[in-house]
Design a protein around this ligand. Structure first.
Ligand code: CA
Length: 224
């Protein structure tokens, strides 16, 4: 697995690079946000929140638009890192400094496992795109079309749509959605789901696609 480490603290960077290499990973290290954005494609990104040239949140948001690689944020205890905000920026997980090397590797393995087993990736996907009314969901390429026009979704918006489309018409509770699209250890306010539903509806061009079932959750259904 190729890992990109974005960390400006030289001593942390050196020990993480050495440790990860000893554990069998290939590691590229950059010390700035600009370096992260200029880097080649990697399988996973470890991103320090406090960088000298850019806010790690902005780097995260930018990276998310250009790569599907999972992102683990490295945060210091003193930096108030909002977990829900992190997730909305597209981070997959975070580790608080000081962390043990064992903890970091465990987190990397967990995130890698999760992203490999997500519906819509690797062998879990079918080669046929799914059509729901005028909506087409291609899990292999992670692309979505409405009436053959591509809709640009973030990784989480895609996962949310793909999850709801896994059982068209069935109501999914917010908890089910959080568990399947996010991660149990990121349990936060369920309004995160609502925020993503809202942005997804906007991109799909209307409220009709994703119906709210009061007090229960959401279901995907083609508009009448
Ligand atoms: Ca730093």
């Amino acid at each position: 697995m190729k890992i990109l480490l974005v960390e400006d603290d030289r001593s942390i960077a050196n020990s993480v690079v050495e440790g990860l290499q000893a554990a069998g990973f290939t590691v590229t290290h950059v010390a700035t946000g600009a370096g992260a954005l200029a880097a080649d494609e990697h399988d996973m990104i470890l991103l320090d929140l406090g960088l000298p040239d850019m806010d790690g949140r902005d780097v995260c948001r930018d990276l998310r638009t250009r790569t599907k690689a999972p992102i683990i944020m490295l945060t210091a205890r003193s930096e108030e890192f909002d977990r829900v905000l992190g997730l909305e920026l597209g981070a997959d997980d975070y580790v608080t400094k000081p962390f043990s090397f064992r903890e970091l590797v465990a987190r990397i393995r967990a995130v890698a496992r999760r992203s490999a087993s997500e519906p819509g990736t690797a062998e879990a996907e079918s080669t046929e795109a799914q059509s729901v009314g005028g909506l087409k969901i291609d899990r292999r390429t992670r692309r979505v079309y409405i009436d053959d026009n591509e809709v640009q979704l973030t990784a989480k918006e895609f996962d949310l749509l793909a999850f709801l489309a896994g059982d068209v018409g069935a109501v999914r509770t917010r908890t089910e959605i959080l568990e399947n699209v996010w991660d149990a250890h990121w349990y936060g306010p369920t309004k995160t789901v609502d925020a993503h539903v809202a942005s997804l509806r906007k991109k799909l061009g209307g409220h009709e696609w994703i119906q709210a079932v009061r007090g229960v959750g959401f279901r995907l259904e083609p508009p009448e």
